[in-house]
Design a protein around this ligand. Structure first.
Ligand code: PLP
Length: 373
């Protein structure tokens, strides 16, 4: 579908200083990119070098500190992003049967990946309507509960709580890690890609794993289940302990991830990052509350994401046109997730985004909508 973009120029004094409001890859801080550019020969030499291993060590230790991980938790990393981790989990984390909460495109994809695995029993999949989330249901025979901290596609977040049942709690935290509060006692695996709240680039997965999760990885690794080395969590565990990945990682991604972890820690840690996202979310949702054309898509206020806000527009205000005008004015990636098919903007509110820029965004939207008439 092509839409014609009306020629509306937003005055410079209304515009945000940084126009990146995407839901991922999300805003990368300019200071981080500048430090990468200034790092002497970090790029373009061997990834087995001490300088790179030092970055991987920093990432593992920095995340343990940021999340307040108990002593028996370990940080694993490997190539391929959260999507690769789903396949790795189907092969090396789920013993026989998993339960999935499916409430958006990403959580549904993990469930589908597991449903297709011939060595596992059919998963239990609990579905709820877009804009809501289900809760896990303790179930005999389930050894892995798959939760999603923030469904990026719908803008729904949920509290991470262990169901009252044995089994590992495995959480897709791709758009939550580094921006939402979490208690490590409530999860066994908290995995993510770093191109969202961690303001880095894609291609990598990172997973904070409890002692029980590490035991599970080692136990499955000792069976005769066929696991390709690239997707083996046991191989990832061995390599992570040596501060490296199984094969060559994107060095810039590691550098930017490490930079962001250090930045968040220096600003006051996860509580600071979560508070920044909360302030950004308050600015946006309060604007929607005052507006006569914008409404939060997620009905339950406690379920509204503080990092990926989905805002429906009145049918008389075409959100795709608004997003296109914003883009023409340098405010990018506010389009809704296309498979949702709603008259909606989706707005990233990551800790790297200044609250003043969110306020400027709301004024810019108002300016555009007034002129659309
Ligand atoms: C972005 C995202 C993914 C996919 O991440 P990739 O790095 O593209 O594999 C998975 N889950 C959630 C919740 C996401 O936001």
């Amino acid at each position: 579908m092509t839409i014609s973009v009306p020629d509306i120029r937003i005055p410079a004094d209304l515009l945000p200083a940084d126009g990146r409001f995407g839901s991922g890859p999300a805003k990368v801080r300019e200071e981080a990119v500048a430090d990468l550019a200034a790092a002497p020969s970090f790029l373009g030499t061997s990834h087995r070098r001490p300088a790179v291993k030092a970055v991987v060590r920093n990432i593992r230790e920095g995340l343990a500190d940021l999340f307040g991980l108990p002593a028996d938790y370990e940080v694993l990393l490997g190539n391929g992003g959260a999507t690769a981790f789903w396949d790795a989990a189907a092969l090396g984390l789920i013993e026989r049967k998993s339960q999935h909460l499916s409430f958006g495109v990403f959580s549904a994809k993990f469930a589908a990946a597991v449903a297709g695995a011939p060595h596992l029993e059919a998963p239990e999949i609990i579905v709820s309507e877009y804009g809501t989330h289900p809760l896990p249901i303790p179930s005999a025979g389930v050894d892995t509960y798959a939760l999603t901290h923030n469904e990026t596609t719908t803008g729904v977040r949920m509290e991470i709580r262990r169901p009252d049942a044995p089994g590992l709690v495995v959480v897709d935290a791709t758009s939550a890690a580094g921006a939402l509060r979490v208690d490590p006692a409530e999860f066994d695996v908290y995995y993510f890609s770093p191109q969202k709240a961690f303001g880095s680039d894609g291609g990598l997965w990172v997973a904070a794993c409890s002692g029980a999760a590490v035991d599970r990885i080692e136990r499955i690794g000792a069976t005769d289940r066929y696991v390709p080395a690239f997707l083996s969590l046991e191989v990832a565990l061995e390599n992570s302990r040596q501060f490296q990945t199984y094969n060559t990682p994107a060095l810039a991604t590691l550098f930017l991830l490490d930079h962001q972890i250090e930045w968040i820690r220096s600003m006051g840690g996860l509580e600071w990052a979560a508070s920044r996202a909360d302030r950004n979310a308050a600015a946006l949702y309060e604007w929607a509350g005052r507006s006569d054309f914008a409404f939060p898509f997620v009905g339950e206020p406690g379920d509204r994401s503080p990092v990926t806000a989905t805002i429906d527009f009145d049918p008389g205000v075409p959100a795709p046109v608004v997003a296109s005008v914003l883009r023409a004015n340098g405010i990018v990636d506010t389009e809704s997730y296309r498979k949702l098919g709603r008259n909606q903007l989706r707005i990233g509110l990551w800790p790297a985004i200044e609250t003043a820029d969110v306020e400027a965004l709301t004024r810019s939207i108002d300016f555009v909508v007034e002129r659309l008439g």
